[in-house]
Ligand binder design. Structure first.
Ligand code: HEM
Length: 124
């Protein structure tokens, strides 16, 4: 038994499948696709494989740009984050992650939301 979610769900391979499935949903979403029209999905996916991995306990280093810098000035709102998170939950369900592990996964990713929104307060 391990409490490390990264190992528990199947390590780097599982995270790569999650990221692929997740961004297929994100760029197909009528509310989100406009944000990604000029982005390199290969680059985003490769950075998210690191970041999602780290968030759930992978022994990796993040080599991407700062989350506040990269998302600044794009007009991303809290409701966009909520749609984004719903897609992540749907992906985790489809891939067969248990509901409690999926909730743990999403709550780890939620730790980055303030940086993405450019908010520095932690009480909102
Ligand atoms: C907790 C939520 C989020 C996390 C952890 C996250 C993380 C990331 C990461 C790691 C990158 C790549 C950084 C790099 O290239 O060095 C990225 C890029 C990007 N993200 Fe997010 N993101 C989040 C939410 C969102 C949302 C909600 C949107 C839009 C609705 C968004 C739009 C973008 C776009 C457009 C880029 C590409 C920028 C570019 O290279 O031109 N992100 N994000």
């Amino acid at each position: 038994m391990t409490d490390n979610l990264f190992h528990k769900i199947g390590g780097a391979e599982a995270v790569a499948s999650i990221v692929d499935n997740f961004y297929d949903r994100v760029i197909a979403d009528p509310n989100l696709k406009k944000f990604f029209e000029h982005a390199s999905m290969d680059r985003i996916k490769s950075m998210q494989r690191q970041l999602f991995g780290i968030a759930i306990g992978a022994p990796l280093e993040y080599s991407g740009r700062s989350l506040s810098e990269i998302h600044k000035g794009r007009g991303i709102k809290r409701e966009d984050i909520s749609v984004f998170t719903d897609h992540l939950m749907a992906t985790l369900g489809e891939i067969g992650i248990s509901e409690s592990d999926a909730n743990r996964f999403v709550s780890r990713i939620a730790m980055y939301v303030d940086e993405v929104l450019g908010e520095t307060t932690v009480d909102g």
